[in-house]
Design a protein around this ligand. Structure first.
Ligand SMILES: [Zn+2]
Ligand SMILES: [Zn+2]
Length: 350
């Protein structure tokens, strides 16, 4: 009893000393300065010494809301070069929090022109401009992508002007404002100067979207396929044969049908019905991974994205008995595939 009292007194004393210290301006200043240094100069998740193919999910949800998640975004780091596939709403905020080194971002690649895959392009433009991008932001996308980037340039022309006038040509030169948009051609490698890297786009079926792509990324023997939005039309499976990682979107028909039963408006019910015909079902994603002999399946752009463990278990019910090596991604899920071995390490940034 006496020991317990001494222990409790000690805890209370430490707490009181801590509270007093927090009132000291010197202590506040030191803590704040260390915090600011960490916020502004920590790019630890990127550019490590080990040569690897790395995937970071910078947006894990579909347009259906799910707290704490951004819309579609998949970052791929090959050596020290970074390529970002899609930039949905909230994804650039994630990239800022992950301390992405924008000067290492070589290009943004847009799978298709649905808003949940490209809404944050203007923010990516700003953040990379601030960090010293030395040419217009490189964007690869489907036919018509230049209309999207021209539209953003027009909408943000005053913004570019204001920032350039305020900070000067040295910091934010107008010569590198805007985008350099290039259309993707099916099955033609995306040009890049990263040694050992191949980025191969392939057409997927997301009808009525008339041009939609998936990508196979190969780097020094390690491989990842990103599905984009698609039905199970065989193309993802074809390009995923024996790969290390398949990043696939998926829909739970079971949960979407349950949502329809409680839909607050006929419009929402209609949308929940319509979306079922242009996405891959979760069990189909499992079949693709199994039949293509994929080492690991990472689910993103889940419809709807599970909000808790119960919902997650119901979401994955149909995959039971089909394929077991899967993970539901969060924003910040990172998969590291070191060059020279078969290891796949999954962890999370933050
Ligand atoms: Zn989508
Ligand atoms: Zn879509």
């Amino acid at each position: 009893m006496k020991k317990l009292l001494i222990f409790l007194s000690l805890i209370i004393a430490i707490y009181l000393i801590g509270q007093l210290a927090l009132n000291s301006h010197t202590v506040q200043d030191r803590i704040l300065n260390i915090g600011l240094k960490n916020i502004l100069s920590n790019s630890e998740p990127f550019l490590d010494k080990e040569d690897s193919l790395k995937v970071v999910i910078c947006g894990s949800r579909s347009p259906l809301p799910s707290p704490g998640r951004a819309e579609s975004c998949v970052l791929v780091e090959a050596g020290d070069d970074i390529y970002i596939f899609d930039m949905g709403n909230g994804s650039v905020n994630n990239l800022q929090e992950f301390q992405v080194p924008w000067t290492n971002v070589k290009a943004v690649l847009i799978t298709h022109m649905h808003s949940d895959h490209m809404a944050d392009l203007p923010d990516a433009h700003l953040q990379s401009w601030i960090q010293g991008r030395n040419s217009p932001l490189m964007v690869y996308g489907p036919e018509g992508i230049n209309l999207v980037t021209k539209g953003f340039e027009l909408a943000y022309s005053a913004d570019y002007q204001y920032r350039n006038e305020h900070h000067g040509d040295e910091i934010l030169p107008m010569s590198v404002s805007g985008f350099n948009a290039v259309e993707i051609v099916d099955n033609e490698l995306i040009p890049n100067d990263t040694p050992g890297l191949e980025i191969l786009p392939f057409v997927v079926d997301h009808y009525p979207v008339n041009s939609s792509f998936g990508f196979k990324v190969s780097y020094k023997g390690r491989t990842v396929v990103i599905s984009g939005d698609t039905i199970h039309d065989g193309s993802v499976q074809k390009y995923s044969q024996d790969i290390d990682l398949l990043v696939h979107s998926a829909i739970s028909i079971d949960i979407v049908e349950r949502m329809r039963k409680v839909a607050p408006t006929p419009q929402f019910d209609k949308i929940l019905f319509d979306i079922q015909d242009y996405h891959t079902k979760i069990e189909e994603a499992g079949e693709i991974a199994r039949d293509a002999n994929v080492k690991h399946l990472l689910i993103y752009h889940s419809i709807p994205t599970p909000r808790n463990t119960v919902m997650e278990r119901v979401f994955f019910r149909p995959i039971e008995g089909i394929y077991e090596d899967y993970t539901l991604s969060d924003d910040g899920t990172r998969v590291v595939m070191p060059v020279g071995n078969n290891e796949i390490v999954i962890d999370k940034i933050n």
